[in-house]
Design a protein around this ligand. Sequence first.
Ligand code: IPE
Ligand code: IPE
Ligand code: MG
Length: 240
Amino acid sequence: MPPATQSAAAPSHVGIIMDGNGRWAQARGLSRSEGHRAGAGPVRTILKAAHREGVRHLTLYAFSTENWARSDEEVGNLFALLAEYLDSETAELLASGVRLSAMGALDRLPSFARQALSEAMKATAGNDDLTLTLALSYGSRAELAAATRALAEKVKSGALAPEEIDEARLAGQLWSADLPDLDLLIRTGGERRVSNFMLWQLAYAELLFTDTLWPDFGEADFLAALADFQGRRRRFGRAE
Ligand code: IPE
Ligand code: IPE
Ligand code: MG
């Protein structure tokens, strides 16, 4: 048993910045898109492991607002891969109790990808073992700006007074409104930055950076990350 000050429980909400697909491919003389394809394997593995370990929410950063600046070819391939993944995995998600969700500026997605997403979300809506949220066309600053706009509209219409705006009210307008704060944020691929991912929600998250490129990130790496989390002392600003 870990000491009482350490958390023995699995993190309830794990976020992953799945980075390093391009470098993984480049090292093998493959195209970036082949790197993204290789990245689907770890998604399956980590989802299974997370489920088994009692993680309730797994949020995967799959495509950022800023990733729209990549080539049309890479972007097109990424969304084709997404549709392919949803097509082949939805039955398994459904059977295993996983609810699929998505957050981001989803209206910017190609319609075939939006369609595949909404079908998978509808099919798994009744599940509640684990929520798998794909952050797609997601940027935390865009999310905060949209939430601020929504609150401003309510104030303008008289439905809300400015002094009623508090942290809970703002969090309730975020794309992540149905999710708890992040407990553990993992970034693969060697960079030590958060690249506009869930800036609000990671206020007290434990951060874990690994040099392992996403396509190489396996179950043992994930279990090691959970163990690392469980060994940390979270204080949330309190004196101990
Ligand atoms: C992460 O891998 C996946 C996406 C951003 C879509 P990258 O494509 O950023 O891979 P690197 O960082 O270039 O290796
Ligand atoms: C972050 O990776 C976005 C995703 C993993 C989807 P990037 O590769 O886009 O981040 P930067 O450009 O290195 O900060
Ligand atoms: Mg990258």
